[in-house]
Design a protein around this ligand. Structure first.
Ligand SMILES: Cc1cc2nc3c(=O)[nH]c(=O)nc-3n(C[C@H](O)[C@H](O)[C@H](O)COP(=O)(O)OP(=O)(O)OC[C@H]3O[C@@H](n4cnc5c(N)ncnc54)[C@H](O)[C@@H]3O)c2cc1C
Length: 390
């Protein structure tokens, strides 16, 4: 991406964030879905940031997109999660494995906000191990018939299109499908009993004898697991970038509050133990920025040389490392910010408390802490026999 285009995109993201903030805060306190997010994202043309220009997007490279997600992450993990669901794991698999016809059919309307996207891998009994999924498909004449339940899906309640995964009833291999959620056979339910992210949509859906056109299989038959795992690299990077934004916002808010709030006759920022919180948040910011940008650069390098297996493995590993580091660093940073804010920190009226509740999920979705640690350790040990799980 040319520097001028990058600057324009980041300026649009900044304008979107400024326009969204007041309504996001209101919706958060009222515990309801932010109905202005999509219209504002549409207005600022940021619903297809990394999608190639020829398919209606902005053509951002991974580094630029990560910077955009970090800025969006400052507005809250719920806001950033919408973009991860729609773009990083929704549009991304279609961009990467879709046929030209599928790209033309689904990407331009998704960039215009006419179609919202999501990614359906997790099921009630298949989370960390997606191979335990029970969703199935079978070919019947000119279409596939799909049955199954997908659980804890970002944007499930608002999506028009979901990239989802199911086993063949015939050969027990997983394939990927582009599901039109406005067709018969779809039931959905919003999951509202969440610890955080009240302004974002998280849901479940089921397909009952859902008829999917043959043309909507994504990638070659039997390639679903590879597509799902490849998409998670993009997803993990988006979570890591969003967590960097959370840390940045915790730092901005904490510096401001440390100067404004006085106790014992002086600004709390003049108490040395309060300064310790600021130093800890800054270190979380610095290290997370380094690892997120390194992972984004590695993904761009791998994309520029698609046949290079070494670059691909490196970018997968760095995305896992960035996600593991930044999500834990953001959790710690939000905790420091809450402490620095005192009683107000433990209130949803202030940003640190909201960040703390929301960012906790980043250590769970797109690969839990445990799964990412196992992945990193197995790679260090360097042999299939060290893979703690398959
Ligand atoms: C808000 C939210 C949004 C989400 N969005 C999406 C989405 O858009 N699309 C989607 O497909 N999914 C989504 N998910 C699902 C998410 O990816 C899963 O929750 C996650 O992968 C963990 O699966 P699980 O909840 O079934 O936990 P489990 O897999 O049951 O894990 C429970 C615990 O056991 C540990 N564990 C499991 N296996 C091992 C092992 N081999 N070794 C060590 N420890 C292990 C886990 O780390 C965890 O601590 C979302 C989840 C949430 C909460």
């Amino acid at each position: 991406m040319q520097p001028a285009d990058q600057q324009r995109l980041l300026a649009d993201v900044q304008a979107f964030c400024e326009a969204l903030r007041e309504h996001e805060e209101l919706c958060y306190v009222e515990h309801r879905f932010n109905d202005k997010l999509v219209p504002l994202a549409k207005k600022h043309n940021i619903l297809g940031m990394p999608v190639p220009v020829e398919y209606g997007g902005r053509g951002a490279d991974t580094v630029t997109y990560a910077k955009a997600l970090a800025r969006i992450g400052q507005e809250g993990t719920g806001v950033r999660t919408f973009f991860s669901g729609h773009t990083s794991i929704g549009q991304y698999p279609i961009m990467t494995w879709g046929s030209d016809e599928q790209k033309r059919q689904f990407l331009p309307p998704s960039c215009k906000g006419e179609k919202i996207l999501a990614f359906g891998l997790t099921e009630p009994d298949a989370g960390s191990n997606p191979l335990e999924m029970t969703s199935t498909y079978e070919r019947k004449g000119d279409h596939y018939v799909l049955n199954g339940v997908k659980y804890l899906i970002s944007n499930a309640g608002i999506a028009n299109v979901i990239v989802m995964f199911a086993y063949s009833k015939e050969n027990r291999r997983i394939s990927a499908f582009i599901i039109d959620m406005d067709q018969p056979g779809v039931q959905r339910e919003d999951l509202l009993a969440k610890c955080g992210m009240p302004t974002a949509n998280t849901g479940m859906y089921s397909l009952t004898n859902y008829k999917c056109p043959l043309a909507n299989m994504l990638g070659p038959e039997g390639d679903g697991f590879r597509i799902a795992m490849g998409t998670l690299v993009s997803g993990r990077l988006s979570v890591a970038a969003g967590c960097l934004g959370v840390i940045e916002d915790c730092l901005i808010e904490s510096i401001r509050y440390a100067k404004e709030r006085t106790q014992h006759g002086k600004a709390i920022g003049k108490h040395q133990l309060v300064q310790e919180h600021l130093a800890a948040i800054e270190m979380a910011r610095l290290t997370s920025e380094a690892v997120v940008m390194k992972a984004a650069e590695a993904k761009d390098a791998a994309a520029a040389d698609p046949g290079n297996a070494e670059l691909k493995v490196r970018s997968e590993m760095l995305a896992a490392q960035a996600k593991l580091h930044a999500s834990n660093a953001a959790w710690d940073a939000a905790d420091h910010a809450v402490q620095l804010f005192g009683g107000r920190g433990w209130s949803t009226l202030y940003r640190p408390g909201r960040h703390l509740m929301d960012v906790r999920v980043c250590r769970i979705y797109e690969g839990t802490d445990e799964i990412l640690k196992l992945k990193i350790a197995a790679a260090l040990l360097g042999g299939k026999e060290y893979e703690a799980y398959k």
